[in-house]
Ligand binder design. Structure first.
Ligand SMILES: Nc1ncnc2c1ncn2[C@@H]1O[C@H](COP(=O)(O)OP(=O)(O)OP(=O)(O)O)[C@@H](O)[C@H]1O
Ligand SMILES: [Mg+2]
Length: 253
């Protein structure tokens, strides 16, 4: 069953002369993990901003769970590209945000949910710390826990690991796959890192042309659960090189 569907969606930023997203249709199956790759400025984050309702399409419709998103609230968790945690709030207060927005829970219930979510991402005992007291990887895990607390099936993660050093990044990738397997969410994940995309995705959604009219779906020939060893298989190496080629051709016409 498809969880997310774009039906002939277009978007034009005010002041721009053309649609950045132009008559785009695609759908995403429930429980899948897709990375979206494409060159900088091609409109990847714009797709997320429309999916979460921050931007309204110029035309076309977006459906989640078969219903138009204009009739729904709290249908997706969104982890933006920047400004992950509010520095003036403690970690616990940051995680409380989606619960405060949704309402309907007592302070004590919120506290229990937050403690469980922090334990789930290995951050027990960090509730009263400020974001600046955490390492980069810990901050990403806290932001992920906050995204999970929306309770939504659909998670939109915009370059969540791009600011991390290589070793932290690969351990976060393994950690994220475990979280996905455990919680059975549907994840869309934007990245510039082709190796990250093929390690995580069931199939990669590539932006091969702008304006974005289609997303090219490229299956990844590896089963889950995965370990990094799969990246050394010849078919994975050639997929990685092909994808790098596809992206390069767009920056060096
Ligand atoms: N608020 C805005 N007003 C006008 N143009 C915008 C606005 N935000 C983004 N754009 C333009 O729309 C295009 C797509 O932006 P978007 O942020 O979706 O790109 P992206 O693919 O996520 O890029 P990156 O990989 O660098 O994050 C860019 O060319 C950008 O300049
Ligand atoms: Mg972006």
């Amino acid at each position: 069953m498809s969880l997310l569907e774009f039906d002939h969606v277009s978007y034009q930023y005010p002041g721009e002369k053309f649609n950045i997203v132009d008559d785009l249709s695609f759908s995403v199956e429930q429980g899948s993990f897709h990375c979206i790759i494409g060159i900088s400025g091609c409109g990847k984050s714009t797709i997320f901003r429309m999916t979460n309702g921050l931007l309204k399409p110029k035309s076309g419709s977006i459906y989640v769970g078969g219903r138009s998103i204009v009739e729904q609230k709290h249908y997706c968790g969104y982890m933006p590209q920047k400004d992950l945690l509010f520095p003036w709030r403690t970690v616990g207060e940051n995680l409380a945000l989606p619960l405060e927005i949704m309402g309907g829970r007592s302070r004590a219930e919120q506290r229990d949910l937050i403690d469980d979510a922090l334990a789930d991402v290995g951050l027990e005992g960090c509730r009263d710390k400020r974001p600046e007291e955490l390492s980069g990887g810990m901050r990403q895990r806290a932001a992920f826990a906050r995204t999970m607390l929306t309770g939504s099936d659909l998670l939109l993660l915009d370059e969540p690991f791009s600011a991390l050093d290589f070793l932290t990044r690969i351990s976060m990738q393994e950690w994220l796959l475990k979280q996905w397997e455990k919680h059975q969410k549907t994840i869309l994940f934007i990245t510039h890192d082709v190796e990250e995309a093929i390690f995580l995705s069931g199939s990669v959604l590539a932006v091969t042309k702008t304006p974005i009219h289609t997303l090219t779906e490229i299956p990844v020939p590896a089963e889950y659960p995965r370990t990094r060893e799969c990246l050394t298989r010849p078919e994975m190496v050639s997929l990685r090189e092909n994808l790098i080629d596809v992206l390069r051709k767009q920056v060096q016409p």
